[in-house]
Design a protein around this ligand. Structure first.
Ligand SMILES: Nc1ncnc2c1ncn2[C@@H]1O[C@H](COP(=O)(O)OP(=O)(O)OP(=O)(O)O)[C@@H](O)[C@H]1O
Ligand SMILES: [Mg+2]
Length: 262
């Protein structure tokens, strides 16, 4: 279906209406300091199109900082970020967040309490005409199984449902890459397993490239195609969980073993 935003779409790698094209995201020799405090040190990492990569590391290791750099909220001190091989941040270019096709879902995904669920999801779609934005928001809600709640307000939803609304809101602009910063940390453990499994299948279905930040090694093993282990601002290991020596036992949950190639 042709888009009203065809000019904009032509400039953006992320979408034509109705289809997300998963993108590859690369960090090349990223170094970052706050003042004179080094936070990230010569970090290089490529996330393949359609891959779910978990970024695992202790508190303060620089996980959120790396996501902020990818999203364009923070400019790295040195190095480059590339989307499908094109520099989006570096010495030659700096695309602002809204032109990157990179979505960011924060740990604290607060919904706007005074807005209906569908309006919360529509929030990031201001570039679209109103009726088109509403249709896209409804389709994102359908994807997370919550279209019946479109006209409700957030306080009427459970924590898990609110998390799915936040996911719908992040997916609605059809980002080529979705960055999720500890998306399950606010959920109680009873809910966590099922929300995590649902989220993973939604990510697969939306064919989105994702970086999921977590403290939790078992969560990383359950979700990731590959795990990147960050320690004191350095990437110390990257690979499928079974190849990492991070002291976690294999688990038997079904998991896709290799990244999608498209
Ligand atoms: N805006 C900022 N100004 C100065 N220092 C900062 C800023 N943001 C983060 N830092 C520092 O950078 C380091 C890395 O922070 P970051 O938030 O990236 O860690 P993290 O791995 O996400 O930790 P957590 O698991 O606790 O969320 C920390 O030492 C933090 O204090
Ligand atoms: Mg963090």
């Amino acid at each position: 279906m042709p888009s009203n935003n065809s000019l904009k779409d032509a400039q953006s790698p992320r979408r034509s209406a109705g289809v997300t094209f998963a993108a590859g995201l690369s960090f090349e020799n990223i170094t970052h300091s706050y003042g004179d405090k080094p936070i990230l040190l010569d970090l290089s990492l490529t996330v393949e199109p359609g891959e779910v990569l978990c970024l695992l590391g202790p508190s303060g290791s620089g996980k959120t900082t790396l996501l902020r750099i990818a999203a364009g909220i923070e400019a790295q001190s040195a190095g480059r970020v590339l989307l499908n091989g094109r520099e989006i941040a570096g010495p030659n270019a700096f695309l602002p967040p809204e032109r990157r096709g990179v979505g960011l879902m924060f740990q604290d995904f607060a919904l706007f309490p005074h807005m209906t669920i569908v309006d919360n999801v529509r929030y990031g779609l201001t570039a679209l005409p109103k009726d088109k934005a509403k249709a896209e928001a409804l389709s994102a809600l359908e994807r997370v199984g919550l279209s019946d709640y479109a006209d409700d307000y957030p306080h009427r939803l459970s924590g898990g449902q609110q998390q799915r609304v936040a996911l719908a809101r992040a997916l609605a602009p059809r980002p080529a890459v979705l960055l999720m910063d500890e998306p399950f940390s606010g959920l109680d453990s009873r809910l966590k397993d099922s929300i995590r499994a649902d989220t993973l299948s939604i990510l697969r279905e939306a064919r989105v490239t994702a970086i999921v930040v977590t403290h939790d090694a078992e969560e990383a093993m359950r979700m990731a195609d590959r795990i990147a282990l960050l320690k004191d601002g350095r990437l110390v290991q990257v690979g499928p969980s079974e190849t990492l020596s991070i002291g976690i036992r294999p688990i038997s949950s079904p998991r896709r073993s290799s990244p999608r190639s498209t």
